[in-house]
Design a protein. Structure first.
Length: 364
């Protein structure tokens, strides 16, 4: 069996360092590993429309922002198919057939759906499109016969529901769909970066993000304003490392070579953490080091993005070609599904022959 990846993002705007640590950096590593036969990376605009149905222009404008960030971080169109979800109508048809395999009560029990409904204040009036999001996600995954879905722990309930749909379909109609496996991040400390304000989630709406394309002055300003240990009032005071956003960011980005260049008093991050914990290391010094680390890591990404911005038609051509490849594979899967369900009427020569014989008998 081919090893195939399906992953992606909703186009909600420019991507930030949380996206990079949580998924983008890993995608580039997987892309370049040579372990996978095909990689599909989806800009999930149809999913974004489930809670932005009244503002399609916002979604439309954000597609190019996500595409630019994809290319800037190193996703290579020669190795990965970057595509737009809404341009593949086969996904909608697959979703329609899968709806018959899932009950309303099962969707209501999905922990991810519950959380998302609460976040968007949909409790009293849930759009059907949003409510059935796990079903459309199953269509996205199975359409490309994905064996691997890189995702965070919060997506495990969604992948489990996809597996249930695959198993039920295959048990009823025969083995037509591939059951995917989730690929969790390999660095537990970097599953999710907090916001620079110390809040658990980095969010565009909260204004607590550092964007991949952010200019150096803005990055520095945000880093120097970051929330740290509120009890670390004086340099000589012992500081709390665990849960401290500055050190969580350093866990995600700092390398030993950064210390040689920007903080030669320390060999590695653990030595800096030990010093902070016992006292004698101020927040300003740590933040300055983090700023240097982020500037080093984000500068090449920002510069590549600016180069791609000079040729937007090329970016759309990348998306068009990736979408064509994705549509072809989704069409093959839909054909398999319709064959398994016996709704391939015009292609089923045996059916036509059998019906012809049946009615010939009645005429004789």
């Amino acid at each position: 069996m081919s090893k195939i990846i399906l992953t992606g993002d909703r186009p909600t705007g420019k991507l930030h360092v949380g996206h990079y640590v949580g998924s983008l950096r890993r995608r580039v590593e997987l892309q370049n590993s040579g372990e996978f036969d095909k990689i599909f990376i989806m800009i999930a605009d149809a999913q974004a429309l489930t809670d932005n149905f009244d503002n399609p222009e916002k979604v439309r404008q954000n597609i190019i922002e996500v595409a630019l960030d994809y290319l800037a971080v190193g996703l290579d169109p020669a190795k990965s198919n970057l595509f737009i979800q809404s341009q593949i109508s086969e996904l909608t048809e697959l979703s329609f057939y899968y709806m018959n395999l899932v009950t309303v009560s099962r969707l209501q029990r999905n922990p991810t759906v519950k959380t998302e409904i609460q976040m968007r204040n949909f409790e009293s009036s849930i759009p059907v499109g949003f409510f059935t999001y796990p079903i459309s996600q199953a269509a996205d995954i199975t359409a490309f016969k994905a064996t691997t879905v890189p995702a965070g722990e919060d997506q495990e309930p969604m992948i489990e529901q996809c597996k249930e749909i695959v198993r039920k379909f295959n048990s009823i109609y025969g083995e037509a769909l591939v059951e995917p496996q989730i690929l969790l991040p390999d660095n537990a400390a970097c599953l999710r970066l907090p916001g620079i304000d110390g809040k658990a989630k980095m969010s565009k709406s909260l204004g607590n993000c550092i964007y991949l394309s952010e200019e150096p002055e803005s990055i520095q300003k945000k880093v120097m304003s970051m929330f740290t240990d509120p009890n670390h009032l004086r340099v000589e005071d012992p500081g709390q490392v665990e849960g401290n956003p500055v050190f969580i960011y350093l866990d995600a980005f700092a390398k030993d070579e950064h210390f040689a260049e920007f903080a030669p008093d320390y060999k590695n991050l653990q030595e800096m953490k030990d010093h902070y914990s016992r006292g004698g290391l101020g927040d300003v010094k740590v933040k300055r080091f983090l700023n240097n680390v982020l500037q080093t890591e984000l500068e090449p990404i920002r510069n590549r993005r600016k180069e791609f911005q000079k040729d937007i038609p090329y970016v759309y051509e990348v998306l068009k070609k990736g979408t064509e490849v994705a549509r072809e594979m989704a069409a093959d899967t839909l054909s398999d599904v319709k064959n398994a369900m016996k709704i391939n009427y015009f292609d089923d020569k045996e059916l036509i022959s059998m019906q012809s014989a049946k009615y010939e008998e009645t005429l004789n």
